[in-house]
Design a binder for this molecule. Structure first.
Ligand code: BJW
Ligand code: ZN
Length: 244
């Protein structure tokens, strides 16, 4: 068990409406690299050269190579106890929404059902021009970049900097934020908007705000409870308390 404030313990027993926002940190224990920090992807690669529309238009081959490399890496990873704990929470709370910034698909692989993928999914592709969705392997060996039947360039179905998030997903996320009694921000640097605005929006709407992170973030001064440590250790403890 962990030591948590009385109000949090009370809500774990009484709340029916719960929402969780996850970021790269929850998948770190599965072996998926995070973005920021010493070992993060952005310490080796410049986001503006890989995760923007301009980057893709300038050098689609480079961007595709980077995504295929990450797809390969993600094909061998599996969910960790943090992901599994959130599956248990979904079974327990009547109205549970899992909002994730992650594109790795590990929440669904763990068995979570009501998952809102704010930044898309790395295993899917779409046409840059008409938006048609494509699944399946991309073969760069032929020397040709993949094209849609409309002639548009096919790209990974993820959200790059400067792009709008999928409207329905974003609306559903803010709906959950508006009605939740208990909000968890887990393994995210709380820097990238609009996701970063969700925890404080939930608090403004009266929710009790819990952060689970290895390190403090810009959100930390505003949370009701900060649980510092690995999500794969802390979330299963919260589930134990929820069930006790
Ligand atoms: C552990 C742990 C363990 C480690 N246990 N913890 C308003 C204000 C300011 C700026 C903006 C704004 N609105 C829009 C912007 C611009 C921009 C933005 O937010 N920029 C900021 C960086 C300043 N946002 C956008 O462009 C978004 N679009 C948008 O808003 O459209 C409208 C608009 C456009 C332009 C102007 C104005 C409005 C789109 C954002 C898309 C983000 N895309 C990426 C790439 C996805 C595809 C891919 O994977 O390649 O999404 S960037 C990257 O960052 C990825 C992540 O989902 C996202 C967040 O990262 P996350 O999850 O927080 O990871 P890390 O690595 O940063 O942090 C990990 C954390 O875990 C750390 O805290 C660790 O301590 C912790 N941790 N191990 C627990 N075991
Ligand atoms: Zn098309």
């Amino acid at each position: 068990m962990i030591d948590i404030p009385t109000e949090f313990a009370r809500l774990l027993k009484s709340a029916t409406r719960v929402a969780v926002l996850t970021g790269a940190g929850i998948s770190a224990e599965s072996g998926v690299p995070t973005f920021r920090g010493e070992e993060g992807l952005w310490s080796k690669f410049r986001p503006e050269e890989l995760a923007t529309v301009d980057a893709f238009m300038r050098n689609p081959k480079l961007v595709w190579e980077w995504y295929l490399h990450r797809r390969e890496l993600m094909s061998s990873v599996s969910p960790n106890p943090g992901h599994h704990a959130l599956v248990e929470m979904e079974k327990h709370f009547k109205d549970f929404t899992l909002i994730t910034q992650n594109v790795d698909g590990l929440h669904r692989m763990a068995g979570s059902k009501n998952v809102l993928e704010l930044h898309g999914n790395i295993s899917m592709n779409k046409c840059f021009d008409c938006g048609k969705s494509y699944s399946g392997e991309i073969d760069l060996e032929s020397g040709h970049l993949p094209l849609c039947e409309c002639g548009g360039k096919i790209r990974p179905d993820v959200v790059w900097f400067g792009e709008l998030l999928p409207a329905r997903v974003l609306n559903d996320a803010f709906d959950a934020v508006a009605r939740t009694e208990l909000f968890f921000s887990v393994g995210t640097s709380a820097l990238v908007h609009p996701a970063a605005s969700m925890p404080l929006a939930a608090k403004r709407n009266g929710a009790y705000l819990v952060e689970v992170n290895l390190d403090p973030t810009p959100l930390t001064p505003y949370v009701d409870c900060m649980l510092r440590g690995k999500s794969g250790g802390i979330l299963p403890r919260i589930v134990e308390m929820m069930k006790a």
